[in-house]
Write a protein that binds this ligand. Structure first.
Ligand code: XMP
Length: 543
């Protein structure tokens, strides 16, 4: 299979380049600029690597410590596309000049193609909108370069060095706002690099099933199901490969949504999976007793999960493998240029599991982005309701009851959450416009049967939603009585990957209905608030 390698210099949108390339049905990999997937002296570029894309970066090429690669090793050997920092790096290396812009250029700009018939601009109109985001600008092109496009304020917006097979864009073709960015990437990947576009969901399933059969043979495999998309898709894929030799374990930690354990367990059984449901809510409550610190709660939940899972897994005596639903963003994140992000919480709560169990690891979704996992799930026949579920944290409602968790508080939260989520599912809306560079979660809605007016459930237009029980009580009146009860916060965000997020402008009539229902039906709550903070600086979860 042909491959494109994307060298990551630390831009926030490098993953988006990867997704755009995959959308062209071309396989690609993202690697930190300093960790090449082959010898970085360029002497042994594998034949299946057809092109190199250099990403953007938060650095300036003028910084002493900015990330650099020795381009001479690749130049002329395979086609190269430099994006933003990548374009500046090439200019800086080959005799061009990069200087600080007078003003930081951020946002939409109109690009004028000056070279007619240029292959990288095939099917791109002479004027189109592109997205700029840079503090430096290329004031002098590198040697042998030819200017191929400009904007009103950026003369050297795109250039080409024909004899070196280099293309370079100052703007970001990968982001949604660059109208013909996808076309330009297609021209590079398929037109110039000559990649075959044979990376499809079907081909992925076919080859993965064969590889899994070969790798696992008749071995028994254990997999922990969470009710989420990744572990479910991994399970069905493995089940297709090895059938009943896959043993799934689904733990009820008591921190799942209302009725979730029973409903999801039924769905799993309906799919033919060999699954054991383990009810362990009491053990988790015990472990959480007296702990109010968020990280402390995560650790207690993670440790209890490992214990419960491990003792269940011991019963499968011949197991040799532990399967995990790791997906590509986890792989990239754990070897990223910046190192695992310090700004996020300890998300991999069950990180100690593989070491403890002493099993070999198999991760069938390691190369897939989230939207590809969803498509794979659909192609494997998993129900849409499961595939389009919002992300849900491992510690579940345990980190949405702020402070110490009690059974009483958990029950209040489960009821309120159920009302919020049910209403999100039943309220129909038009697909909202994207805001702030974030596209709405259209991968969910694409799988949806929208009616003729193009209405979709509000749930599908949102990346993630949930309720939070605040550890404060406030005064209210109900009938003639004064009440002193809890407050529920509602949270709904749009995001691409959870790293940044925008709060959703939920319709007032929707908010009014949810608030009324919660206050009227959930005993113990007399106030509902809506969280209107974006990430950063807030996080999606409150703990
Ligand atoms: P934050 O709150 O950091 O969340 O903005 C980003 C995404 O990660 C999820 N999240 C977790 N997932 N274990 C998980 O499996 C955790 O401890 C955890 N904390 C946050 C969160 O729901 C959101 O999707």
């Amino acid at each position: 299979m042909d491959r494109i390698i994307i060298l990551d210099f630390g831009s926030q949108v490098t993953q988006v380049i990867g997704r755009r390339v995959r959308e062209l049905n071309v396989y690609c990999e993202i690697h930190p600029f300093n960790k090449f997937p082959f010898k970085d002296d360029g002497t042994s570029i594998p034949e299946d690597i057809k092109g190199l894309i250099l990403s953007g970066s938060p650095f300036s090429v003028r910084d002493k410590n900015s990330p650099k690669v020795n381009l001479n090793n690749f130049i002329g050997k395979i086609p190269i596309l430099g994006i933003c920092y990548g374009a500046q790096l090439i200019a800086d290396t080959y005799g061009g000049m990069v200087e600080a812009s007078q003003t930081r250029e951020y946002g939409r700009a109109e690009l004028f193609v000056s070279e007619k018939g240029e292959p990288i601009f095939k099917d791109v109109p002479q004027a189109s909108i592109v997205w700029m985001s840079h503090g430096d600008t290329i004031t002098k092109l590198p040697e042998g370069a030819k200017l191929i496009a400009s904007t009103a304020s950026v003369q050297n917006a795109a250039y080409k060095i024909a004899d070196k097979n280099i293309y370079a864009f100052q703007y970001h073709p990968e982001v949604f706002h660059s109208e013909y960015g996808g076309t330009m990437l297609r021209n590079f990947v398929i037109g110039i690099c000559c990649c075959k576009n044979d990376w499809t969901t079907e081909s992925f399933i076919e080859t993965t099933v064969l590889q899994l059969r070969e790798k696992l043979g008749k071995d028994e495999v254990i997999l922990g199901l969470s009710g989420g998309v990744d572990s479910s898709v991994a399970a069905v894929l493995l089940h297709r490969a090895i059938g009943q030799n896959l043993h799934c374990i689904f733990v009820d930690n008591g921190l799942l949504r209302k009725n979730e354990f029973e409903e999801v367990l039924e769905q799993y059984k309906g799919m033919g999976l060999n699954v054991r449901g383990v009810r362990a809510a009491d053990r988790f409550m015990e472990a959480l007793h007296g702990i109010s610190d968020p990280e402390g709660k995560r650790k207690a939940i993670g440790k209890t999960f490992i214990d419960v899972f491990d003792s269940e897994a011991q019963k499968i005596t011949n197991a040799k493998w532990l399967a995990q639903g790791t997906i590509y963003p986890d792989v990239i994140e754990s070897s990223s240029v910046k190192g695992p992000s310090a700004t996020i919480k300890s998300h991999h709560n069950v990180g100690g599991l593989p070491e403890k169990m002493n099993l070999k690891i198999v991760e069938p979704l390691r190369s897939l982005f989230k939207d590809e996992v969803r498509r794979t799930g659909i192609a494997l026949g998993i129900k849409k309701e499961l595939i389009s579920r919002h992300p849900f944290p491992g510690p579940g409602l345990g980190i949405r009851v702020l402070g110490e968790v009690s059974k009483e508080k958990l029950n209040i939260l489960k009821e309120a959450d159920h009302i919020f989520i049910s209403n999100l599912r039943s309220y129909m809306t038009e697909l909202p416009p994207a805001s702030n560079g974030l596209s709405y979660n259209t991968n969910n809605s694409a799988n949806n049967t929208s009616d003729s007016k193009n209405l979709i459930p509000l749930y599908d237009a949102i990346w993630q939603a949930g309720t939070i029980l605040l550890p404060v009580r406030s005064v209210g009146v109900m009938g003639d009585e004064r009440t002193y009860e809890y407050t529920i916060a509602l949270r709904a965000v749009v995001s691409n990957d959870g790293m940044t997020a925008d709060w959703v402008h939920l319709p007032y009539d929707f908010l009014a209905k949810v608030s009324n229902e919660i206050i009227n039906k959930v005993k113990g709550v007399n106030r509902v608030c809506y969280d209107i903070s974006s990430k950063p600086p807030a996080t999606i979860e409150w703990e």
